[in-house]
Design a protein around this ligand. Structure first.
Ligand code: CP
Length: 308
């Protein structure tokens, strides 16, 4: 039962709880009109201390499509955060008005602080370079719909594996399935953090290799998960400029990939996928963004305990 639960990191839900979410998302995709009043009378707050397009809009669209309502901010300086209010006081106040809060914050652990300050469900919509569990739900639903299973997949993760919170969350989530292999494609400076390598990959005996050249491994992949180099997390602009265009997926590289490989990206993209790739049927990142709304509809219904 997910009723009343917060989602702070991908492992908060068991694989069978995730399966329930995927099944509900499937039903919503098949017949969205059945759910247009599911959350009537419910109110959700979106507290975004960092910019967002997909996560905030898809959460808000999800709640509105379920017949619920939304309040919140996308610019914290328009709230009493600008006067120095703590996360704890903000969430305790917001909980007086709404049934569910979705929070994005540049500080790692901020949504957990919010969760510990209230009985209301809190959803982590991305905390610093740490985790982004609802992007992971989006990625998993996309993989399930497009590949049909999670087992026996070779997943290439390419780009900024150091700061890319979506990568950290996805590796954690996929580590629970059978015979998953990861190929980690990054420059030395943007390697996957050691704590993820040790605590997730090595601890769970998961096969992985680290490489610097995409061309050498693209043919082996079932999924290529591209990521943006995260300018906002660099301390030094020169390092960002040096690394930002290191990987550019173009049609030439796509020709080296298998016909059934799929390309995912949490978006936004900058230069890492050439626009010419968008028309390749294997490029699924905009479809992935749409799945994100449906899985968030399922998540909102589940944590609010509404059925239809
Ligand atoms: N994928 C993702 O988190 O996108 P936004 O930053 O636009 O929400």
């Amino acid at each position: 039962m997910l009723k009343g639960r917060s989602l702070l990191e991908p492992m908060d839900f068991t694989t069978s709880e995730l399966e329930e979410l995927f099944q509900l998302a499937d039903k919503i995709i098949e017949c969205p009109q059945k759910y247009t009043k599911a959350c009537e009378g419910k109110l959700m707050a979106t507290l975004f201390y960092e910019p967002s397009t997909r996560t905030r809009f898809s959460f808000e669209a999800a709640m509105l499509r379920l017949g619920g309502q939304v309040i919140g901010f996308s610019e914290p300086n328009s709230s009493s955060v600008a006067k120095g209010e703590s996360i704890s006081d903000t969430i305790r106040t917001v909980a007086c008005y709404v049934d569910l809060a979705v929070m994005r914050h540049p500080k790692e652990g901020a949504p957990k602080v919010a969760h510990l300050s209230t009985d209301m469900p809190v959803i982590n919509a991305g905390d610093g370079g740490h985790q982004h569990p609802t992007q992971t739900l989006t990625d998993l639903l996309t993989i399930k719909k497009e590949k049909g299973h999670f087992d026996n997949l070779t997943v290439g993760l390419c780009g900024d594996l150091k700061f890319g919170r979506t990568v950290h969350s996805l590796i954690k989530a996929l580590s629970r399935y059978n015979n998953i292999k990861f190929i980690l494609i990054s420059p030395e400076e943007l390697r996957l953090p050691n704590y993820v390598i040790k605590e997730v990959l090595i601890k769970n005996n998961i096969e992985f290799k680290e490489v610097q050249k995409m061309e050498e491994v693209i043919h082996d992949l079932d999924i290529l998960y591209m990521t943006r180099v995260q300018r906002e997390r660099f301390f030094n602009e020169e390092d960002y400029i040096r690394l930002k265009d290191r990987y550019i997926l173009d049609l030439e590289k796509m020709r080296l990939a298998r016909e059934d490989m799929i390309v995912l990206h949490p978006l936004p993209r900058v230069n890492e996928i050439a626009v010419e790739v968008d028309s390749d049927p294997r490029a699924l990142y905009f479809k992935q963004a749409k799945y994100g709304m449906f899985i968030r509809m399922a998540l909102i219904m589940s944590v609010l305990g509404v059925t239809c």
